[in-house]
Design a protein around this ligand. Structure first.
Ligand SMILES: *[C@@H]1O[C@H](CO)[C@@H](O)[C@H](O)[C@H]1NC(C)=O
Ligand SMILES: *[C@@H]1O[C@H](CO)[C@@H](O)[C@H](O)[C@H]1NC(C)=O
Ligand SMILES: *[C@@H]1O[C@H](CO)[C@@H](O)[C@H](O)[C@H]1NC(C)=O
Ligand SMILES: *[C@@H]1O[C@H](CO)[C@@H](O)[C@H](O)[C@H]1NC(C)=O
Ligand SMILES: *[C@@H]1O[C@H](CO)[C@@H](O)[C@H](O)[C@H]1NC(C)=O
Ligand SMILES: *[C@@H]1O[C@H](CO)[C@@H](O)[C@H](O)[C@H]1NC(C)=O
Ligand SMILES: *[C@@H]1O[C@H](CO)[C@@H](O)[C@H](O)[C@H]1NC(C)=O
Ligand SMILES: *[C@@H]1O[C@H](CO)[C@@H](O)[C@H](O)[C@H]1NC(C)=O
Length: 438
């Protein structure tokens, strides 16, 4: 492993610092050589476009078809400069298929100047000296993620409610989002937690209000998304609690009237956090002692999906589900974690994950459109971006959580690219109607 790292380190001295990833396997069902066929398709398309272009200018020159052609062309070029369709994946661009490139305009904020980064994630303040990990930007293969424009985003989010639901990875993304947005706010005191609460690891609700822009960014801790109950009613000693796979978490009512809803789950679906502490699955009031974790996760996601389909108004709420965040333990049992100075040059199989696949499959069958943020492959490279020993507990190294600034900022930039897209072409009066809808 160290061989790979040092080879990569050497190659870094050259200009071309780039790491690539191809689409997650699920989307690569295509024929033998997808990249080549795509390329030739593109060049064929290009020829057609050139031919069309000359035809169009010919028509323009003779004055015919002017009104007909122009609006379409304007639309087309708009699509291109964003390079995204709403689902993030079309023939032109899949924002999750790309590479990490060095960009010295990063990071986008200083964690020490943002009161909403919890101490454990501020790696520089906790003694990390190498800061190369801060200088990476995600570059999709066929397009760009729109440049971070905080003032535009603050306006897009005005009067809205952004809600994160999930585990500590969601909390990190929540912190990242707040810090990104605070760089555009002059009066930092106008941004505050609504109950005056401090960020802790087990708090169930945190809500930060941007009072000058009348929006809140909220976090609900719900590590399994479904209901957890302490119980001894089964009379089986090892069963101390159950997860009701067919019931969404009892705080779920709080999530309904959000404008943007971003979910995650996965990190707690491990034997040590379930069976190891006496937590077993329950379905339709029946204990399911033999059910495997992947099956249970899938069942919980289906419960989540039908909840979304019945409770969420897609005219009001944009729904996202973030796929599994890879960790980079050298040995998880021994809690060995070696954070590198540079990203890995290959994902070592971590680009796919059964939890991520389950999310993609479940989302595909839903009535309400859900954008799956396929961040698993891109994050799999970033062994350099974990908190390691630079957390609030240096005696335990941590190869699961991420430093801030860092990788979660890029997850948010992906969310922003969708929000730009979905709120951009909408005239202002329509946006208001959209927002006041219940
Ligand atoms: C995204 O939308 C395009 C059409 O706009 C469609 O062809 C493509 O299959 C969609 N991709 C996903 C992942 O849903
Ligand atoms: C971040 O802000 C702190 C406190 O203002 C400052 O000491 C530090 O130098 C800044 N770090 C960077 C990388 O700019
Ligand atoms: C603030 O936003 C809420 C919707 O979240 C809206 O009902 C309210 O009218 C807004 N207030 C102002 C002063 O714009
Ligand atoms: C299960 O726990 C939830 C809170 O998580 C509670 O509202 C509910 O009443 C509990 N159900 C039972 C049967 O104990
Ligand atoms: C749930 O349990 C009840 C009673 O045990 C049974 O009648 C029903 O068919 C079960 N539902 C499902 C979906 O298994
Ligand atoms: C969403 O908007 C469409 C078009 O305006 C409308 O037909 C539909 O009933 C709305 N759906 C809901 C759930 O309000
Ligand atoms: C981790 O360490 C344990 C205990 O020494 C060992 O049994 C196990 O094989 C190691 N796992 C890996 C993946 O190296
Ligand atoms: C991790 O780093 C320690 C020293 O910090 C070193 O002894 C060990 O060999 C490294 N392990 C790996 C897998 O690189």
């Amino acid at each position: 492993m160290s061989g790979t790292i040092s080879t990569f380190g050497r190659s870094l001295s050259h200009k071309q610092r780039a790491l690539t990833v191809s689409s997650p396997r699920l989307f690569d069902k295509s024929v033998s050589s997808p990249r080549f066929s795509r390329k030739s398709e593109v060049s064929r398309l290009f020829c057609v476009l050139i031919a069309l272009g000359s035809a169009v200018s010919f028509f323009l020159a003779i004055g015919g078809g002017y009104l007909y052609v122009l609006p379409n062309l304007t639309k087309a070029s708009h699509e291109e400069d964003v390079g995204l369709s709403f689902n993030g994946s079309d023939s032109f661009c899949d924002i999750f298929d790309g590479k990490w490139v060095v960009d010295n305009s990063y990071p986008l904020y200083n964690a020490s100047e943002c009161p909403f980064v919890e101490k454990g994630f501020n790696c520089l303040a906790n003694g990390r000296t190498n800061d190369d990990y801060l200088k990476w930007r995600w570059k999709p293969r066929n397009c760009e993620i729109p440049r971070f424009d905080v003032h535009n985003l603050l306006e897009i989010l005005r009067n809205k409610r952004i809600v994160f639901v999930g585990d500590s990875m969601s909390r990190t993304q929540w912190e990242s989002l707040i810090c990104l947005l605070m760089t555009g706010v002059q009066d930092k005191g106008s941004v505050y937690e609504v109950n005056g609460n401090k960020i802790t690891k087990v708090i169930r609700f945190l809500g930060v209000r941007f009072s000058s822009f009348n929006f809140t960014v909220e976090f609900y801790r719900s590590v399994f998304l479904v209901q957890h109950n302490w119980s001894s009613k089964y009379g089986i000693k090892r069963v101390r609690s159950t997860l009701k796979l067919d019931k969404l978490d009892d705080i779920s009512n709080e999530w309904i009237n959000a404008d943007v809803l971003i979910f995650n789950s996965g990190q707690w679906w491990v034997p040590g956090k379930l069976f190891g502490v006496g937590c077993y699955f329950q379905l339709n009031n029946t204990l399911k002692l033999g059910m495997s974790i992947p099956t249970a996760f899938r069942t919980a996601l289906e419960t989540w999906a039908s909840w979304i389909d019945t409770k969420i108004n897609p005219n009001r709420t944009r729904v996202f589900f973030r796929t599994f965040e890879p960790s980079h333990w050298s040995n998880l049992t021994l809690r060995l974690c070696n954070v590198t100075n540079q990203p890995l040059s290959e994902t070592k199989g971590q680009e796919s994950n059964t939890f991520s696949d389950a999310a993609l499959e479940v989302a595909r069958g839903m009535k309400v459109p859900v954008t799956v943020l396929r961040i698993t492959p891109m994050s799999a490279f970033r062994k350099d971006s974990h908190v390691g020993i630079w957390s609030d507990n240096p005696s335990l190294s941590d190869c699961s959580h991420w430093c801030l600034p860092g990788v979660p900022d890029l997850w948010n930039e992906m969310v922003f690219s969708y929000l730009h897209r979905s709120y951009r072409h909408m005239p202002l009066h329509q946006q208001r109607e959209f927002n006041s809808m219940d």
